[in-house]
Design a protein around this ligand. Structure first.
Ligand code: S3P
Length: 438
């Protein structure tokens, strides 16, 4: 599907975002290995989180969906059953990497795979610690999926993460539930801590000691009633659009403000954005609040703070849309230390550079990032999304700020994290005539 977008004259209203993808995955997986029933409200409607639900069903968990409320009858810590088929994680790195940690604790053999993009993403980062713990894991060449996993009782290990990745950290912590002793993971760069928070909510013992996170084995996980906040990474597209488009004002209610992810808001405010957070509360250990974002002409006169070092992990999923913003601020933006972007749903450095250039921006590609030295007015172009949801949505934002029409190819890939994105954009944007069409 191609979406054609015209420049937006303005942007206004309330945007209802889907539930947070990272939190939804974790709640569903923990609910499946807990005792009793969990009811999860505002579960992410995303395709990725449905991949997780499908896998959990194949493993014997009873899953019921009513709208965005998901009810899961857990099977207990060691109660999952051998799947009668290959588990399909679709496009979802979080599904394959986190679920592998749980599968490693079960004595049956399972095979987990994914779509073309996922089948080319590195799994050595989880294979190595899971093997150290005693699981038998085979993969395709170069440690790529499918993964064939046979586990059982594991050894508790102490593991220093070689790469800043919440998925790897979470995989090892989940496998740690099946250890013969506590398992500890060291992260030198902080990453999102949704797993630590969710594990505690379900009743596991998680301790923090400096950079080390330690989990006790054999917890009694108990089903819970939980509610998922709206997805801050989905909000990012609307925040940047609001900053760019004249007279824009958007209200985004109930957005997750996890301390390891809200750096996005501090970053945008540091950059000069007109952005406020209202009505902050905390539910299930996860903070949330309402965001109000307005057009920010001062920001456009400046330079965006460089994205480098630890900031890369905090902003990892927002970098595509921040690069679009960087192309429209007078002093540009430099991104470095972001090699991880090359192994996301697509090579995001290459996809950003290719598409920004197609729209008339001046961008220099670096092995670990990119440099935009100055702003150039963007023009409409054909956007090659590479079937990557965040590239499609980032360039939809670029299209709103560009001259003439932009065509986003394979636009349905937005469903991976944000079904309803195109409708939400259509509703908020004022195009002055027919602005968007299939
Ligand atoms: C995620 C962690 C990040 C992020 C992804 C979701 C998670 O991946 O990019 O979208 O839910 O743990 P990495 O752990 O590979 O950095």
């Amino acid at each position: 599907m191609i979406k054609s977008l015209k420049p937006a004259a303005s942007l206004f209203g309330t945007v209802q975002l889907p539930g947070d993808k990272s939190i939804s995955h974790r709640y569903a997986m923990l609910a499946a290995i807990a005792e009793g029933t969990s009811v999860i409200e505002n579960f992410a409607a995303s395709r990725d989180c449905h991949s997780t639900l499908d896998c959990l069903q194949s493993l014997g968990a009873e899953v019921q969906e009513r709208g965005t409320t998901v009810t899961i009858k857990g099977r207990g810590l060691r109660g999952l059953k051998a799947p009668g088929r290959v588990l399909d994680a679709g496009n979802s790195g979080t599904t394959i990497r986190l679920l592998s940690g749980i599968l490693a604790g079960h004595p049956f053999e399972s095979v987990i795979t994914g779509d073309e993009s996922l089948s080319n993403r590195p799994m050595g980062r989880i294979i190595r610690p899971l093997r150290q713990m005693g699981a038998a894991i085979e993969s395709r060449e170069r440690e790529l999926p499918p993964l064939r996993i046979r586990g059982g009782s594991l050894k508790g290990i102490r593991y220093s993460l070689p790469v800043a990745s919440a998925q790897v950290k979470s995989c090892v912590l989940l496998a740690g539930l099946y250890g013969d002793a506590p398992t500890a993971v060291e992260e030198t760069v902080p990453t999102r801590d949704h797993s630590e928070i969710a594990l505690r909510e379900f009743g596991a013992a998680v301790r923090l000691n400096g950079n080390w996170i330690e989990v006790d084995p054999e917890p009694k996980l108990q089903g819970r009633n939980l509610s998922v906040p709206a997805d801050l990474s989905g909000a990012a597209f609307f925040l940047v659009a609001a900053a760019l488009i004249p007279n824009a004002e958007l209200y985004l209610p109930g957005v997750g403000l996890n301390k390891r992810r809200r750096e996005l808001l501090d970053y945008l405010k540091r950059a000069g954005m007109n952005l406020t957070v209202e009505n902050e509360t905390e539910i299930g250990g996860e903070p949330r609040g309402d965001l109000r974002a307005r057009h920010s002409p001062e920001l456009l006169q400046r330079q965006l703070p460089p994205i480098q070092g630890e900031l890369v992990a905090s902003l990892i999923d927002e970098i595509p849309v921040l690069a679009v913003l960087g192309s429209q601020v007078a002093g540009g933006l430099t991104i470095s230390d972001a090699n991880e972007l090359r192994v996301k749903e697509s090579d995001r450095i290459s996809a950003i550079v290719q598409n920004l250039r197609a729209m008339g921006a001046e961008v220099e590609e670096k092995p670990d990032g990119l440099v935009i030295s100055t702003a150039r007015r963007l023009h409409g172009a054909d956007i090659a999304t590479r079937n990557d949801h965040r590239i499609a949505m980032a360039f939809a934002v670029a299209a709103l700020a560009a001259r003439d029409e932009t065509r986003i190819h394979d636009a349905e890939c937005a469903d991976v994290s944000f079904p309803g994105f195109w409708d939400a954009l259509q509703k908020a944007a004022f195009f002055g005539g027919q602005g968007m069409r299939l």
